[in-house]
Design a protein around this ligand. Sequence first.
Ligand code: 1CP
Length: 333
Amino acid sequence: MKPLHKIIINKDTSFNPIWIMRQAGRYLPEFREIRKKNSDFINLCLNDDLSSEITLQPIKRFDLDAAIIFSDILMLPYGLGQKVEFEKNFGPRLGKLNLNEISKIDEIDFVEKIHRVYKAVKKVSTNPNLNDKNIIGFVGAPWTLLVYMINQQSPKKNLKKDFFKDNFLINRILLIIERFLKVHIKNQIDNGANIIQIFDSWAGLLEEKDLPNYIYTPTLNLVNFVKSLNVPVICFPREIKNYKEFCDIVKPDAISIDYNVDPKKILKDIKIPIQGGLDPKILLTDYDNLKKEAFKYLEIFKDHPYIFNLGHGILPETDPIMVENIIKIVKNY
Ligand code: 1CP
């Protein structure tokens, strides 16, 4: 049985597997080397030779328990025909959303546009060196994708003032997102992904009254869909105020927590396997502090099924040596 499955399916508490959100990425010089020669990020994701190679880069360097496919949550709007670009020092920039155009896209057009992501999943999942590792497929949650598609850029700065104005548009788009996320998930699984993680990076932006419509209902539909394919699903509703309510309603197989979550409180509140939590900024400090902070999570979750990970993606300025350190700390615990 693969390491993450032991935790999520068997509820094993005798060890803690480790992988790192954004483990393939800019903190690795070998990634920056490839990125330098490939200025178009979408094309890089669609180049299955390179994207499978990038997926393997952290696995070659470190003793990680899972590979996460090198792709992006914004491949979904791209597959739907919305323009998606990544601008240096700005981040994603999306074209205007056209409901008429997007409504015309069918499953065949969508898969045709992004099928090389699935080819990369296949290449990685059939690599014999990864036999004892999990292959993580992923999607953005409907809400987070809606945010990028309507806002046309990261909501880091702010959401458009009239974001919620066109209720009809928003609800139509949500349904389209949900429909194609199922296609996207199924294709990743058919090509060898054996865990799915749903990233809801902007869950924290919503008020409580809006959670059922934008988060609980569409995410529950996806979770049930993944479960119907017999693959475990991890949810990461980053900065949501009430993780317990989320888990009670959506019922993922495991929950990934952000670094503002109090691990002692969540341990009391939540019965399902837990993942993550450590603040990525701790990897910018020193070995002793890293050990102290990692031990906090390992101690608190020592009798609970727990996958070690960070509370958000690894920062680009992280020294790869600190990644080696954290893996040693977790494996020797
Ligand atoms: O070199 C570059 O400029 C590209 C940086 C980059 C990378 C390496 C982007 C642009 N995406 C990725 C890969 C990526 N994105 C992965 C690969 C696998 C891995 O984890 O190793 C994954 C899982 C993602 C997921 C993703 N993309 C999320 C959810 C997780 C999170 O960090 O919250 C989000 C919100 C995105 C959107 C996105 N894509 C890229 C950036 C810089 C962003 C975030 C923009 C923002 O802050 O709003």
